[in-house]
Design a protein around this ligand. Structure first.
Ligand code: PLP
Length: 388
């Protein structure tokens, strides 16, 4: 009955593509324990080191005492707690939008936004290296799905100029999750204004890390650009914010449209209100603790300096995502394995997650790493580079 599946799984195994989950038995931090063993980890998206912050742990406890554990219902029935509502207001104010809406996950926010804003008669224009959730969202919407080469706005403009679609949506990661590079946000917004399109900007890796006080990628541009009515901004809350969830910030008409028709918002239970309560503390830490972004900047500089003379090159990135390009998949796995034997976790990312021939180590840095942690990683990589 399952012979097809068995064969598929065997093929995957034989191609060295079978994924396994490692069981982590510590909190997420610069060091984690896996199977009782301590590792120095460069593998999480906890860029600011908030996932295990005492103030957030305390806020979750306080939140559960005040609101209980489960939300009990979806937002439109009676699961919309004052804690959710307060977080939405704080997130809108922090990012500089009139309104924001909390989603359970970034994946759900992307599918909700894209399917609510585009349908059969519409067209979606997407960067080739966008996150999988944006691609899935576009397919689910049934709109015409047009992908342009990574960061190539000349091609994007040609496609925008040629379309007959009723409504036009441009969707892009702000910081690309496997490259660490940043989309040309101001130019994307200018194109959307010129062609009367909406820009859905996924800032999963920029929120908390980039922009003034961690307000996100839009705040690396001019004031005027950051407030364009053509932008629908999405940020996730399980990465730099250290908790869980996502929010969308936009003009009131867009948010109201999402409340009325985003299916991944309507047909699901609201997240535990205690998480929203903790997220208020997270926003405060993001805003006030500039030292975390400064530490990240120093780690990035130290890593770049330390890896200069390696045979492998870092991709050009100014974000905490620092991919080391290896090329060959088996070689990337060998190096990742070698690091692991030295007590260091860095995942090897292979096709189909990244284009053929571009297997890489995805080094991700956190504010709570120490300079000696970065030194340990660069030393280990030099040692592995010297080995046959
Ligand atoms: C992680 C990620 C998401 C999904 O967010 P979750 O809250 O983990 O579901 C969406 N987009 C990008 C670019 C991401 O990296």
């Amino acid at each position: 009955m399952f012979s097809g599946l068995t064969e598929q799984l065997r093929n995957r195994e034989q191609q060295g593509l079978r994924r396994v989950r490692q069981i982590v038995d510590s909190p997420q931090a610069s060091h984690v324990t896996v199977g009782g063993q301590d590792y120095l980890a460069f593998s999480s998206n906890d860029y600011l080191g908030l996932a295990n912050h005492p103030a957030l742990i305390q806020a979750v406890c306080e939140g559960t005492q005040r609101y209980g554990v489960g939300a009990g219902a979806s937002h439109l029935i009676n699961g919309h707690s004052v804690a959710h509502h307060q977080f939405e207001e704080a997130a809108a104010a922090f990012t500089g939008f009139p309104q924001a809406l909390l989603f359970s996950t970034g994946y759900m926010a992307n599918t909700g936004v894209v399917t609510a804003l585009a349908g059969r008669d519409d067209a979606i224009f997407a960067d080739k290296l966008n996150h999988a959730s944006l691609n899935d969202a576009a397919l689910l919407s049934r709109a015409k799905f047009v992908r342009y080469p990574h960061l190539n706005l000349v091609v994007l403009e040609k496609r925008l100029a040629a379309t007959q679609a009723r409504r036009k949506l441009v969707i892009s990661d702000a910081v690309f999750s496997m490259e660490g590079d940043i989309a040309p946000i101001a130019q994307l917004i200018a194109l959307c204004e010129r062609y009367d399109a909406l820009l859905v900007l996924d800032d999963a890796h920029g929120f908390g890390v980039l922009g003034q006080q961690g307000r996100g990628s839009l705040h690396t541009t001019q004031e005027l650009v950051a407030h364009s009515p053509h932008v629908v901004y999405m940020a996730t809350l399980g990465k730099a914010a250290g908790v869980f969830g996502a929010f969308v910030a936009a003009q009131p008409e867009v948010i109201e449209t999402l409340i009325q028709s985003a299916r991944s918002y309507i047909y699901t239970t609201a997240t535990p209100p205690a998480l929203s309560h903790a997220l208020l503390t997270s926003l405060r830490l993001i805003e006030q603790e500039e030292w975390r972004r400064e530490a990240l900047a120093q780690h990035i500089a130290q890593l770049k300096q330390g890896l200069q003379s390696l045979p492998w090159k870092l991709l050009p990135s100014s974000t905490p995502i620092q991919p080391l390009l290896i090329g060959d998949s088996a070689e990337a796995v060998r190096i990742s394995q070698g690091l692991r034997e030295r007590g260091i976790l860095v995942p090897a990312i292979r096709p189909p997650t990244v284009p053929q021939g571009t297997a890489r180590l995805r080094i991700s840095l956190s504010a709570v790493h120490q300079p000696q942690d970065i030194a340990r990683l660069t030393d280990a990589l030099h040692e592995l580079a010297a080995m046959p």
